[in-house]
Design a protein around this ligand. Sequence first.
Ligand SMILES: Cc1ncc(COP(=O)(O)O)c(C=O)c1O
Length: 445
Amino acid sequence: MSMNGELVLENHKKYNLQSWSKQAEINPIAMEKADGIYMWDYEGNRYTDMSSQLVNLNVGHGNKVIVDAIKEQADKFCFMSPGYAVESRGTLAKMIVELMPDNFKDGKVFFTNGGADANENAIKIARMYTGRKKIMSRYRSYHGSTFGAGNATGEPRRFPLEPGVPGFVHFFDPYVYREAIRFESEEEATKFYLAKLEEQIIYEGTDQIAAILMETITGSNGVIIPPKGYLPGVRKLCDKYGIVMICDEVMAGWGRTGKMFAFENFDVKPDLVSFAKGVTCGYVQLGGVAVSGKIAHYFDHNTLMCGLTYSGHPLACAAGVACVNYYKDAEILKNVEKVGTVLGEYLEDLKSSHPCVGDVRYIGLFSSIELVKDKETREALVPFGQDPEGIMSKIIGMLKARRFMTYSHENMIIIAPPLIITEDQLREEMDKVDEVLTEVDKLYL
Ligand SMILES: Cc1ncc(COP(=O)(O)O)c(C=O)c1O
């Protein structure tokens, strides 16, 4: 069956409920095909994917290696329940454990369908292992929109779930740019945030807290990179008080930052790692929790009270095996390092040349541009949680008019292209950002 763009759009608007949107206001583009970093609508217009969809399509569209692996698995069988041993399931788990730090020797993987249930199950595992109930996570975070992950989430997407599950406690992020105090150094900032976190752990009851759950680098809330020493400091607090350290690598993992996992940038070893997105790049949906050896052993003789019909779906795992091999075979990390350096330089130029750019944050091909009304006061272009005039969607619209596709969050533009992007492609696209920011300077300051 072939459908023209108008019908595709009509069906979408009439029958689909689109995430996080006022349904009467949506105006999506009907896409007909996609290849690499590009997508084409039904009129043949080409768009560039500068957010890797939802920061998951790391290897771009149309990766033949992954598609062939899915076909090969589909020809054998599509589904076998979690209680059977399946080649793709076991192989992928082994590959993931081998990518983890040495405390994952004898570690294991519990597979899920995506990121939210990866965090749900990480939370459950930490609670079972410690016998404690409380989960601490940060305000500027997104961990998924199911009940547990949604309660761990700190930003406004948690509000529909509140009043929520008891025992979820939020703490402040090391968001140095937006802090009321101007620190002399990263180390000074780290000292401040760790002291505050320890104080809060004590107030919450040192023997009550099962886990601290953090995005290793906060993603959709603006690519907030922790200051030097912060994550090792949290690790120390976890060790001191017997708390499980969970790194949510759903967005930051799988090469996005130039390392396979973001925690590798910070010399830290988590106990549990939740992942999704880039493990299959969405070719088939998959997520999971990598569990350290020590915690995995606990479940040798204690029942793992976790389960999903589709845990370790054979098709998804086959896509995962091909995808994870592809990262290595295509030397994706090298490309991230090379093109990421160009992206960083470009962003710094934008910051110095545009009054509306307050801050730029970047690591690998993971970046955000924080827009302000005033560089000195750092007043955000739109206040937190509010944008009554729709300024940010207008800015995203200006980029869209140039066929540069991404999204915004609060006063930030997220730029996280597929990790296969070339330097020339990146430069061509970033020139469009420069043009749009020139308009923003004129229109909104
Ligand atoms: C850091 C992080 N954790 C968890 C999730 C939730 O993943 P999913 O949408 O696959 O449930 C996301 C989604 O964007 C995320 O960015």
